[in-house]
Design a protein around this ligand. Sequence first.
Ligand SMILES: O=C(O)COP(=O)(O)O
Ligand SMILES: [Mg+2]
Length: 224
Amino acid sequence: MAALKPGLRAVLFDLDGTLLDSIPDLAEACHRMMVELGRPPHPTETIRTFVGKGMLNLVRRCLEAGGGADEAEFDAAVDAFRRHYAVVNGDCTEVYPGVVPALAALAGRGMAMACVTNKPAAFTGPLLERTGLAPYFAVTVSGDTLADKKPHPAPLLHACERLGVAVGEALMVGDSANDAEAARAAGMPVLLVTYGYSEGVPVDSIECDGLLSSLVEMLPHIGP
Ligand SMILES: O=C(O)COP(=O)(O)O
Ligand SMILES: [Mg+2]
């Protein structure tokens, strides 16, 4: 891993695929949505490649891979997804190994932490609460908090502003090109985990400042 800049004061974490393995619940909601629409559901492994650019893109990708849809069907699908995901959100989601030890260690070092996700806010808060991760994050920026979401840099810049740190004092940790591109555009380093979802793209083909097979691997690189 390339040496990280000294003077880091904040770490911004992606949620799905970085902190939480949320695919089982996302896939279940997609499954129920497709059944409600009278369409064949996609396998979980296919859904895994659809996650990363937020809920509307997830629904759109499900419909496009299932023969397409007009605007009214798309709206009905989004409505169905919202209802089903609200019911199952968190049921089978697991915190990845290494996440809690890493967050606890960073908190112990006084690092400010934010969760910056493309997941809509209605699902982010309940999921952070349910998985016990909420207390680690002073700030949460969701996919619909601002007009733009990752790979746009705005959510990362907004998180820094709300944490009261300069962009040059922050590090992004994520699992996909959306996180890497957002961090690059914001002007901060980015580490990517190798176990997450990267929209079907090999994670080691994405330009970043280092790969992590567990979040605890970042600890030796972050002071004090
Ligand atoms: O909602 C998504 O598509 C992915 O969410 P994430 O930004 O936490 O990975
Ligand atoms: Mg992610």
